[in-house]
Design a protein around this ligand. Structure first.
Ligand SMILES: *Cc1c(COP(=O)(O)O)cnc(C)c1O
Length: 358
């Protein structure tokens, strides 16, 4: 059974929808991997067949993001949440600067405090993170500046990035590969795979080699040293073989669709269509500030909090085959996630349900 034959519109915030072709090719490899007659799940990760997958996956990330040889691409484990402490453990020597735009930023800040001083340059906590702060300055004496490009829970997204006087590190878990990024501004980009790259179980880290020289003078376990993983081509220990394989196929789809420029156009038209329907609706309203709206996660609530609209809308969505749109408990209402692989037809189906309530 494939997704398409079930006709489910998958708006899940993560783990999220992936390209159908990635599933089909992965199923093939579970049964007979690269002509070996064995499953990809039962062969050595150091065999030449999987080594080829690893090499292609690294190369695809570099090609699609536009990373040159000054960068290392790593496939690690532990999720984006491990990066919250691995980054300060490696690079926080005395002080780091953080932009606080929501729950994920807050978790990163909390972990950093275990390793040194943290300067929170701006926060939108007082308005439940409905906006990306724009007026802030980054201290030039910080070891690095950390920001979160897309706030999955609140449906806000950084429309652009500051020119940081210190190395800029960004959690791009929920909008990686969704739009072109000027990588020259960054020293590190990381993402849990399960929002827009692949299935859960692998974490993408792209890091500038020049950053290693700024490593803090403290004991860092071997498994948590970025350079060790780089020297070993993400195979210092057994890598998460299957998530890397599926990610590779999903990234091939991104490349074949036209790369990040094409993804941006695709995601922009889906977001425009949905935000227009919400703005035109007499019954619903968006929760994010218009200038900070995310093209990946669209959050909206009933205007009348007392009505039974929420329950009726949920039921109508279910009827229409729409899955995964319940909002995060800290915002309430609805959240429609429009990751790369979601087709515009799914957004059209959701818009129809919204319009049927007008
Ligand atoms: C989901 C998410 C995380 C957490 O990722 P894990 O891989 O589950 O640790 C971190 N940051 C952002 C922006 C997210 O959306």
């Amino acid at each position: 059974m494939t997704n398409s034959s079930k006709r489910v519109h998958n708006f899940s915030a993560g783990p999220s929808i992936l390209a159908q072709s990635a599933f089909e090719k992965s199923i093939q490899d579970i049964q007979n991997f690269a002509g070996t007659g064995l499953s990809v799940l039962e062969v050595s990760h150091r065999g030449k067949e999987f080594q080829a997958v690893m090499d292609e996956a690294h190369a695809l990330v570099k090609q699609i993001l536009g990373l040159d040889d000054e960068w290392d691409v790593l496939f690690l484990q532990g999720g984006a949440s491990t990066q919250f402490f691995q980054i300060p453990m490696n690079f926080l020597r005395s002080k780091a600067a953080y932009l606080n735009t929501g729950v994920w930023s807050k978790k990163a800040i909390a972990e950093a405090k275990g390793y040194g001083a943290v300067d929170v340059v701006a926060s939108s906590a007082d308005t439940n993170f409905h906006i990306i702060p724009s007026a802030y300055s980054i201290p030039a004496d910080a070891d690095y500046f950390h920001c979160t490009s897309n706030n999955t829970i609140y449906g806000t997204q950084m429309p652009d990035f500051p020119d940081s006087p210190v190395p800029m590190v960004c959690d791009m878990s929920s909008d990686i590969f969704s739009r072109p990024v000027d990588v020259s501004k960054f020293s590190m980009i990381y993402a849990g795979a399960q929002k827009n790259m692949g299935p859960a179980g692998v974490t993408l880290v792209a890091v500038r080699k020049s950053l290693y020289a700024r490593t803090a003078d403290r004991h860092i376990p071997t498994m948590l040293q970025y350079a060790v993983h780089a020297e070993n081509g993400s195979m210092y220990n057994t890598p998460p073989v299957f998530p890397i394989l599926v990610s590779k196929y999903n990234l091939e789809w991104v490349r074949d669709m036209g790369g990040l420029t094409a993804m941006e156009a695709r995601n922009q038209s889906k977001a425009d269509l949905l935000y227009k329907a919400i703005d035109d609706s007499p019954l619903f309203e968006g929760t994010a500030d218009k200038g900070s709206r995310s093209r990946m996660n669209v959050c909206f609530v009933p205007k009348d909090k007392e009505s039974d609209l929420e329950a009726r809308f949920m039921a109508a969505c279910k009827e229409a085959g729409i899955s995964g749109i319940k909002g995060h408990r800290s915002v309430g209402g609805f959240r429609a996630s429009l990751y790369n692989a979601l087709p515009i037809e799914s957004v059209e189906a959701l818009v129809q349900v919204i319009q049927s309530f007008s």
